[in-house]
Design a protein around this ligand. Structure first.
Ligand SMILES: [Zn+2]
Length: 148
């Protein structure tokens, strides 16, 4: 599990919404990652404050801090998606260019040319799938729908 993947799970852990499997994976990551432990502590503190006060009584400072963190996370996710999309485009183009040259070269055995084409197709599908998964995670971020 990466630090990026712990994001949604951390709040799930606090709400008790994780499966045993998810909780175990998250705890294993937390054991080795001070950064995510600190994030969990911040979430816990914020939740404590939320429980103690009604929403209208929350000091602006708490909200500012909270939304800055949410914004940072969204911004980082957007960066990953853009970089991933760019890498996909470049990779696909490079593979396409290499394959086109090879496919037209009758000196290269058919098996090698077919293998190259399949490899390029596979790589394109894999990268597209990774980017799509990242996009879905981004879209399902639980804070995204909330307007201040
Ligand atoms: Zn981490």
């Amino acid at each position: 599990m990466t630090c990026e993947e712990t994001g949604v799970l951390l709040s799930g852990l606090l709400d008790g919404r994780l499966s045993d499997e998810q909780a175990a994976a998250l705890n294993a990551h937390l054991d080795g990652c001070p950064h995510c432990r600190r994030e969990l502590e911040q979430l816990r503190r914020l939740e404590g404050i939320m429980k103690g006060l009604s929403l209208s009584q929350l000091p602006d400072q708490v909200w500012d801090e909270h939304w800055r963190q949410v914004y940072n996370r969204l911004e980082r996710n957007a960066g990953y998606i853009l970089a991933g999309a760019g890498a996909t485009v470049l990779l696909c183009y490079a593979l396409y260019a290499a394959c086109r040259e090879w496919l037209q070269d009758a000196g290269i055995p058919l098996a090698v040319r077919a293998g190259c084409a399949l490899l390029a197709l596979g790589m394109a599908v894999l990268t597209a799938s990774t980017v799509r998964e990242k996009l879905l995670t981004f879209r399902h971020d639980r804070y995204k729908e909330i307007q201040r």
